[in-house]
Design a protein around this ligand. Structure first.
Ligand SMILES: [Zn+2]
Length: 273
């Protein structure tokens, strides 16, 4: 058993799209949270190496801790793509016990009841649950039509817990698909559930970067169309700048045409094709 929790980064640091505590949109307030409950990792294209260095839809998610006991899958088998699919682990150290989870999965790999080591693939990146592209919340309709927009990895999300033998109605406990989790005669109380993040804490104090670069090689390069779409988007952006100085009928026509073009480019860049 390790002395203290060590968390390896699932992707390079450059792939972080949202940090712990960030409050990028209304969905956190809607859930009674002060902000984001973990780190997010996104689909990043490195123009120098011409490789994805971040999480693309369907890419493998590495387990990031030692001795991670998988205790639950959330929404496995739920066909609703707006239902958050996540996989949950218990990690015990000499100095503390933690729940570590990973969210927005497309599919699961880790099995409930088994223990995993750093680098073991525990699932695949997806866009299930609430995901955004900019200000646009990607809808179930779009996801059902095959859109991979907003695909990213949420986590590892860390939550300190402690083992108890008795439950109190005032406390929160870890749950699995059957209800309150009971393992080896213990329940698992979330230590500071009312901290504004449902008891989650930043992984920063626990993080190490040792595994970070190992995943570059396993992620496929992007299709060449991505580069063309990017160039087209830049060009359309230049035209958009001229709209304010255009005469009235042409202004509206150009605006409408660019709107359609931007929608099409978004589909190419963020999924759907
Ligand atoms: Zn997130």
């Amino acid at each position: 058993m390790q002395k203290e929790l060590q968390v390896f980064l699932p992707y390079p640091k450059s792939c972080i799209t949202q940090r712990f505590g960030a409050n990028a949109n209304y969905s956190y307030a809607r859930d009674g949270l002060k902000g984001h409950t973990a780190y997010d990792w996104g689909e990043i294209y490195d123009t120098k190496s011409k490789k994805y260095i971040g999480a693309a839809w369907g890419s493998p998610i590495p387990n990031c801790t030692f001795d991670a006991y998988c205790y639950s899958h959330l929404n496995e088998g739920n066909k609703d793509l707006n239902a958050y699919r996540a996989v949950f682990f218990l990690v015990e150290t000499e100095t503390g016990l933690y729940e570590v989870s990973y969210g927005h999965l497309s599919t699961f790999e880790a099995q409930v009841g088994k223990t995993y080591q750093p680098g073991d693939v525990i699932g695949y990146v997806g866009n299930t649950g609430d995901v955004f592209v900019g200000d646009h919340e990607v809808t179930a309709l779009e996801k059902n039509a095959g859109s991979h927009a907003g695909a990213h990895l949420h986590g590892p999300q860390v939550r300190p817990v402690k083992k108890v033998t008795k439950r109190s109605s005032k406390k929160q406990y870890l749950q699995d698909s059957k209800g309150v989790l009971k393992k080896d005669g213990f329940y698992f109380e979330v230590i500071d559930y009312n901290n504004g993040f449902n008891g989650c804490v930043s992984l920063a104090p626990f993080s190490t970067e040792t595994l970070a670069t190992d995943y570059k090689a396993s992620i496929p390069p992007p299709p060449p169309i991505t580069e063309h779409a990017q160039a087209l988007q830049d060009f359309a952006g230049e035209i958009a700048k001229e709209i304010p100085s255009m005469p009235e009928p042409r202004k509206i026509e150009t605006q409408n045409a660019l709107q359609k073009l931007f929608e099409a480019i978004k589909k190419i860049l963020y999924g759907g094709y």
